[in-house]
Design a protein around this ligand. Structure first.
Ligand SMILES: Nc1ncnc2c1ncn2[C@@H]1O[C@H](COP(=O)(O)OP(=O)(O)OP(=O)(O)O)[C@@H](O)[C@H]1O
Length: 453
């Protein structure tokens, strides 16, 4: 390794020793700074941060460890070597534990001194490189994160920024496709749990009979077919974040379990009596109006308040028209890359039509439409968007349902629609999903939810 530019601060209270070490290093073309105590060393470092600090353990009233603490706190990348007296191996161990790169027992040979200083310098370069890579990575994360500059999105970013440093429970509200899951991931990635797991679960997509085991785990034999212990999503997320999508779909019994976790930080696996303490941040989301669900008695009020500590509202796309061009460009690029297609541009007329559309499926719909455009390169197809007028006209085609005064159970109604659609299409699920203008996956979710076979 070239040592032409390596700068070393030698900290030693014994004048002769200091002189000797400095001379040895200078003879090998290191750039030398020196100090005889911790205080002076700090002054030197403030003026000229060096590549490596070579410090004696014993320095008057303070020790090399005090200097090491200062360096790790204020100049964390700097290499650090500590020289220890013969027979004081415990000092060496302590220094390594506190972040020194190496230690050198006294007395030492010139060669050993050179090797250890070079080793500390290498460690410094690695830390430096690591920091640069981390910075690049977080830049890339931003690129795959939330796109949008509208003032209502700025508010979302500010909220995310403010709460990401805490472990507060967050409730993300907004229509389907507005980016609730993306916001939850952004929150996790900005938090100090970023290196831990982010576990997402759609509460509406798990059959009720399996939901407890899925979320909280189950002991072997807890239910038919449980032939081994199952770790639930909460346990899997320990140390990290759990994202509970469609929280409004949670059954009353699971609402009680979740409330207990939020109050006490513990869960119990199905079939067990032992509490398990966990450290999991909860982010919940829903496209439903939870307050109405509370008023209707479908959602526990106490749980609602526990979840609603910090609400984040994801604005619908029609309320941030200024972001449509930005998002379109983003999806043109990302889908072209994903499918290995040429990057194509949209005409001004096409953009105008996109701006005028009301986007009931929000950003997801825009992404899907642009993806189709990237694959088919058919601008006419992309801009052939149903107008608001047409949607209203469609309302006339709705079946004439009369609602009884005593109210109506939404779940019964949904089940009724699913069964009718299946009957109408002679049990063909693909056709029934199409009949209800629903994706096949969404249709299957609901069949499973209502256990319609
Ligand atoms: N601001 C945004 N920037 C870039 N992509 C976005 C943005 N918002 C949403 N998307 C994309 O739109 C799609 C839907 O987003 P997401 O799943 O986060 O929405 P959601 O609100 O959780 O939907 P649902 O309520 O249906 O679960 C995803 O592909 C996501 O990457």
């Amino acid at each position: 390794m070239s040592n032409e530019t390596i700068s070393v601060l030698v900290v030693e209270d014994d004048h002769e020793q200091r002189q000797l070490v400095c001379e040895m290093l200078a003879a090998n073309n290191f750039q030398i700074y020196s100090a005889d105590c911790v205080e002076q060393a700090i002054l030197v470092l403030k003026e000229s941060p060096v590549d490596v600090v070579f410090s004696d353990w014993k320095l008057g009233t303070l020790t090399g460890l005090d200097l090491l603490n200062y360096v790790r706190k204020n100049l964390p990348e700097t290499g650090f070597v500590i020289a220890t007296a013969y027979g004081t191996i415990s000092h060496a161990v302590e220094a390594l534990q506190r972040g020194a790169d190496d230690y050198l027992p006294k007395p030492f040979q010139r060669q050993a001194l050179m090797l250890t200083v070079e080793k500390a310098h290498k460690a410094k370069l690695l830390r430096n490189q690591n920091r640069q890579l981390q910075a690049q990575l977080s830049e890339q994360k931003q690129l795959v994160g939330l796109v949008g500059k509208a003032p209502c999105m700025q508010k979302v970013y500010q909220r995310i920024d403010k709460v990401s440093a805490t472990s507060a429970t967050v409730l993300i509200l907004g229509e389907s496709g507005t980016g609730k899951e993306l916001a939850a991931r952004a929150l996790h990635e900005k938090s100090n749990r970023a290196n831990q797991k982010f576990v997402a679960i759609n509460c509406g997509a798990v059959a009720e009979s399996l939901a407890e085991a899925e979320l909280f785990g189950a002991e072997k034999g807890a239910y038919t077919g449980a032939d081994k212990t199952k770790i639930g999503k909460f346990e899997a997320a320990n140390g990290g974040t759990i994202f509970l999508d469609e929280i409004g779909e949670l059954s009353p019994s699971l609402q009680a379990h979740l409330l207990r976790f939020l109050q006490e930080g513990t869960i119990t696996r199905l079939g067990s009596h032992t509490d398990i303490q966990l450290d999991v941040r909860v982010i919940a989301a829903t496209h439903r109006d939870l307050q109405t669900q509370v008023a209707n008695g479908d959602f526990r009020e106490d749980l609602f308040y526990r979840l609603n500590v910090v609400p984040i509202d994801m604005p619908p796309l029609r309320e941030r028209q200024e972001d449509i061009a930005l998002l379109s460009e983003h999806f043109l690029k990302s889908h072209a890359k994903q499918h290995g297609c040429e990057l194509i541009k949209l005409s001004e007329q096409a953009y105008r039509k996109l701006f005028d559309y009301h986007w009931p499926g929000n950003v997801r719909e825009l992404s899907n439409r642009i993806e189709r455009f990237v694959l088919l390169n058919d601008e006419e197809e992309l801009t052939h968007l149903p107008s608001v007028g047409k949607i209203q006209a469609n309302n006339e085609k709705l079946p004439n349902v009369s609602f009884p005064d005593i109210g109506y159970n939404w779940d019964d109604f949904e089940r009724f629609c699913l069964e009718q659609a299946l009957e109408n299409q002679q049990g063909n699920k693909t056709k029934a999903a199409k009949y209800l203008s629903m994706s096949y996956k969404a249709f299957l979710y609901r069949l499973e939810k209502y256990q319609i076979s």
